[in-house]
Design a protein around this ligand. Structure first.
Ligand SMILES: Cc1ncc(COP(=O)(O)O)c(C=O)c1O
Length: 357
């Protein structure tokens, strides 16, 4: 039903039915072999509760990776759990920088806090003046899903105020690179962690582990203490702790580095194809997905589905509409097939529109 596309709880996985070439979900194929092997090696341990040693190992590898103290690391049952835990801070006024991932709003509505949607104008650069002064919790994505916009560290830090926490969802940061220098994670705040900033990170996208549910958060120890007050014991299972340690350790880091390079090349290919086909790209993308705008986006999506391609409708993102579609960066071959299908659909439309050429 077309109306489903506007439902806030709808995610890309709903657009990636079996049998379609999936451009809708931003999870990489995986997990890589070294992660699989590490997980398989722990199956025999599942009769026992997760051990403190497993937690400490994951925490210490994350701390090393970001040059933080272990006390600044909180392991999560998926980055998505981080948004849920924010409710324990009892915020009074939450500002959501839009367009952005829909889950923070969905889970934080239950707090009863006032929520302001700060809807930026294209090309969605951060504007501190738009954020209500009394917002004590500000949430944004960097790079942002689904626009693929990458804000600068300076723009984000400018949002900080006494009495306010700025939460940066860096779920896709590990695949970002500076287009000129190739430097990885050029705008991530995970290593600097300025006062008043909380960084939420995912490994499920890059390592193809969405089903494992694992992620982490970096914050000041006193913020972490408030986030975990009343949290259950054993929030992450043994396999989640094991998988996380592999992803954030040196081998995982090298893997993410190689993948970031490959995705940058595949994205360049996709952009060249879209440009040649005359398809409107919304902004220069920084993440492993691109946002486009087409006339009758839902019609285009349905026509692509008939040809075996799944793309993400952005109809349910605040500040976007049914003509916005998000396309995951895939192999050059798959991208060529997708864009050829889009061009064909657009050409067929011209023939069927009365007065079309
Ligand atoms: C921007 C963004 N943040 C966080 C998440 C949640 O990630 P995880 O699978 O680690 O819970 C997603 C998943 O779609 C996402 O797109």
């Amino acid at each position: 039903m077309a109306s489903d596309f506007f439902e806030p709880g709808r995610h890309g996985d709903a657009d990636a039915e079996n049998g379609v070439t999936d451009f809708a979900v931003n999870v990489q194929p995986g997990p890589p072999e070294f992660v699989r092997a590490a997980l398989a090696a722990r199956l025999g341990d599942l009769a026992a509760y997760p051990t403190p040693a497993d937690t400490e190992r994951a925490v210490s590898l994350i701390a090393d990776r970001h040059r933080r103290r272990p006390a600044e690391v909180l392991l999560l049952d998926g980055a998505a759990e981080g948004f849920e835990l924010l409710a324990r801070l009892a915020p009074a006024h939450i500002a959501l920088i839009e367009p952005s991932f829909t889950e923070p709003e969905r889970v934080l509505r239950a707090t009863g806090a006032r929520i302001s949607r700060v809807v930026g104008e294209w090309p969605w650069r951060l504007d501190t003046a738009q954020v209500p002064d009394d917002a004590d919790l500000v949430i944004l994505g960097n790079p942002t899903n689904p626009t693929s916009v990458l804000h600068t560290r300076e723009q984000i830090v400018a949002l900080c105020r006494p009495g306010r926490l700025v939460v940066v969802d860096e779920a896709f940061a590990d695949l970002t690179r500076d287009a000129g220098t190739g430097e990885r994670e050029p705008q991530s705040l995970a290593d600097a962690l300025p006062a008043g900033v909380v960084v939420i990170r995912s490994v499920t996208k890059t390592f193809g582990l969405a089903g494992l549910r694992v992620g982490y958060l970096l914050a000041a120890p006193e913020v972490i203490a408030r986030l975990v007050a009343g949290r259950r014991h054993w929030p992450l299972g043994t396999l989640a702790l094991t998988g996380l340690a592999e992803c954030v350790g040196p081998r995982g880091d090298r893997y993410a580095d190689r993948l970031a390079g490959r995705i940058a090349a595949d994205r360049d290919h996709l952009l060249a194809l879209l440009t040649a086909a005359g398809i409107e790209l919304c902004v220069e993308p920084a993440a492993p997905y691109v946002l486009i705008r087409v006339d009758d986006g839902l019609g285009m999506k349905a026509a692509l589905r008939e040809r075996g391609f799944g793309v993400r409708s952005c109809a349910n993102f605040t500040g976007l509409g049914p003509d916005h579609l998000r396309i995951a960066v895939r192999s050059a071959e798959d991208s060529s097939a997708l864009v050829a299908a889009m061009a064909q659909i657009a050409a067929d439309r011209l023939l069927t529109v009365p007065g079309g050429l």
